[in-house]
Ligand binder design. Structure first.
Ligand SMILES: Cc1cc2nc3c(=O)[nH]c(=O)nc-3n(C[C@H](O)[C@H](O)[C@H](O)COP(=O)(O)OP(=O)(O)OC[C@H]3O[C@@H](n4cnc5c(N)ncnc54)[C@H](O)[C@@H]3O)c2cc1C
Length: 344
């Protein structure tokens, strides 16, 4: 997203991105959902983020001559009487985005559900895999992409310039997901890595026009495939798919779906989440030629376009970054001398 805005702003850039099969973006379902959590509250800034994201992805679609965003309402099957109660309470307080079931039996040919359902609308679904594939192809064609590992020990940062191998630039911006946690410029930021797993299942008779939820979420992927997930683990030993997640999810699916299904893939990745659940955007207070766009946590699809555009605006000296996301809020921590002496 950042490189797209840089291009639109007429700034010259080069992207260094090593293709990793399981980056957070490649594992993501791609949902932009205005409602979150057990209390079914509105997600942070969603009234602004949703229309913004929709328009920006639409415009990017036109640029790439492809389709990767669609509107898909969430059919929320309440997994317990408590969740039904939470939905109704929320509906009475603020019904924006929420709809009560118009026909309780509407889904009972495909799903088992005991406590009714409600609908969340609008929700958007971004096909992140297709978007990344097409965008990387465009960057390759323009000779703006180097698909290799960026070795930070080869970065030389002078007062106004950065040098990396034979690249000499005014700025460098790290958008490297969980890798930033070990980057000596930014590792003082309060990151909080969060592991998530998902299954890809094959099943029939379920309409691909919706996202389905019953504790877990089932998202149309492609053809008869659905993405099913996810877990949210704050403490984990490794970033690999676990037998426990697969068995637990398949058990839930056997009780929920009326049709048989087959698991065809299972993956895990780590979300670049933050303790405060707010992104990190901006430039280092001491090494001002070094920037970051990160900390998208569970909401990269809605947050990334918005803050990529703000960061581009900052580079153009046309706008600032929202204080809740601006890394200047950590200026004190980031200004501390790095104990190892040489920073990179
Ligand atoms: C299971 C799961 C489900 C999710 N579902 C959703 C969802 O439905 N909706 C939503 O909005 N968000 C979702 N997320 C969160 C979303 O995936 C993240 O917020 C987002 O992908 C973060 O994007 P990123 O570009 O910051 O990091 P990444 O996607 O991790 O990208 C970082 C990139 O940097 C590259 N890189 C790192 N280090 C180097 C290096 N040294 N040299 C070269 N390249 C490097 C990596 O290869 C990668 O391409 C989900 C996450 C998971 C794990």
């Amino acid at each position: 997203m950042l490189s797209w805005y840089l291009e639109k702003a007429g700034l010259s850039f080069i992207v260094i991105d090593e293709s990793k099969p399981r980056s957070a973006s490649k594992a993501a379902a791609g949902i932009i959902n205005p409602i979150t959590g057990r209390r079914m509250v509105k997600t942070w800034m969603i009234d602004e983020l949703m229309p913004f994201a929709w328009n920006e992805y639409k415009s990017l679609q036109a640029d790439l001559n492809a389709q990767f965003i669609s509107e898909k309402p969430v059919i929320d099957f309440f997994p317990s009487p408590q969740m039904l109660h939470a939905f109704l309470k929320r509906y009475d307080e603020d019904s924006q985005y929420l709809y009560k079931a118009d026909d309780e039996q509407a889904w009972d040919t495909c799903f088992n559900y005991e406590f009714g359902w409600g609908k969340i609308q609008p929700c958007y679904l971004v096909d992140v895999q297709a978007l990344l594939f097409l965008y990387k192809k465009k960057l390759f064609r323009q000779q703006l992409l180097i698909d290799e590992h960026f070795a930070i020990d080869q970065l030389i940062a002078n007062e106004n310039k950065v040098h990396y191998k034979d690249i000499h630039a005014g700025k460098i911006i790290f958008c490297d997901g969980i890798e930033s946690f070990n980057n000596n410029y930014f590792k003082g930021l309060p990151f909080a890595p969060n592991k998530g797993e998902a299954l890809i299942i094959e099943t029939e008779n379920i309409a691909a026009g919706y996202i389905y939820k019953k504790g877990i979420t089932m998202v149309p992927w492609k053809d008869n495939l659905f993405w099913v997930g996810s877990s949210y683990e704050w403490e984990f030993k490794d970033d690999q798919p676990s037998e426990m997640f697969r068995k637990r999810t398949e058990t839930i699916l056997r009780q929920w779906l009326k049709s048989p299904f087959k698991t065809v893939d299972h993956f895990a990745s780590v979300r670049p989440a933050t303790l405060e659940r707010r992104p990190f955007a901006g430039f280092h207070p001491v090494h001002t030629q070094i920037g970051i766009l990160n900390g998208m946590g569970t909401k990269g699809c809605s947050l990334a376009p918005f803050f990529a555009k703000q960061l581009t605006g900052l580079l153009m000296q046309q706008s600032t970054i929202l204080p809740e996301a601006d890394i200047r809020r950590f200026a004190k921590i980031l200004s501390k001398p790095y104990p190892g002496g040489r920073i990179n």
